[in-house]
Design a protein. Sequence first.
Length: 319
Amino acid sequence: MNHIQLNQQKVSTIVLGLMRIADQTADETKALLDAALAEGINMIDLADIYGDGRCEENIGKLFAACPGLRDQFFVQSKCGINIKGTAFDGSRFTYFDFSKEHILASVDDILRRLHTDHIDSLLLHRPDVLMEPDEIAEAFALLHRQGKVGCFGVSNQNPTQMEMLRKSVGFPLTANQLQLSCAFTPMIDAGLNVNMENRASIVHEGGVWEYCRLHDIAIQAWSVLQHGYFQGVFLNSEKYPRLNDTLIAMAGRKSGEYGHKVSPTAVAMAWILRLPHRMQAVIGTTRPSRLHEAAVGADIVLTRQEWYEIYTAAGNRLP
Ligand SMILES: NC(=O)c1ccc[n+]([C@@H]2O[C@H](COP(=O)([O-])OP(=O)(O)OC[C@H]3O[C@@H](n4cnc5c(N)ncnc54)[C@H](OP(=O)(O)O)[C@@H]3O)[C@@H](O)[C@H]2O)c1
């Protein structure tokens, strides 16, 4: 397993995302965590809203029941999406909330659910247009002083939003968590299509990929096996015949090269981690066997040609 540094801690490039464990039994979740550790995966990713808090509660019960388990992981969670609003007609209303009050209350709730006194990283989940960077800075400073949060980052933010935060916040932003997979690449398409008139040349996120590289902000790819916005898994999908043929062929070739089984899932992870930056792939499987397949990908290095072959097999054209 390869590693990068986050806040001076060595964390695995494959991260176990725990968004989909709300309905798991304790034994199933424990098996998943054990499988992660066995693969050298020492970082987990959560958010206060996953399963309305049940995902964190499941992990918290295990942390409480298994002494030492908490400290084997670099624990990251997110806040900033407020799902507890009530609309004028009494219906439930979700909105984005980076207020100091919401951030502080969210972290206390996260710590309570996780049965821990600190998390290693906190990300702001989705940009709040009404954000006041000075207020966020106050919240971060207090959480750090209290020892509740080790480091801070963002998710789904563009460079200008990060610049606004960095002006006020006295800590480096350690990571930006962004959607990226072989079949979802808006953040790199524009950089390959500079000064073109095609759709791929549209700069969707203000050059976030280049910005994070320039400012040494780790990129954590989410939905690493999905296409579109939660439209499903591209592996074995009829919508991506050439991509699947390419991944299968490359998995076979890499199996021969490395002398052990390399699956298409592993190649899809290797494709993300081949990007020359401090990259992490957050995989959301609930199955230990798939976690193993993904972990294999952390140690597979794709050639430049292989990387571009996968990119174009997903339907992208090079200018
Ligand atoms: N920051 C954000 O805004 C944001 C948004 C979304 C997610 N995230 C984070 O990213 C993590 C990963 O997201 P994700 O769960 O969408 O990622 P994912 O790893 O792309 O998707 C996981 C899902 O794909 C299924 N799957 C995997 N391989 C498959 C195959 N070969 N055939 C059929 N199904 C397959 C898994 O089923 P099995 O469980 O059966 O393997 C699981 O339901 C989340 O847990 C969360 O931590 C962050």
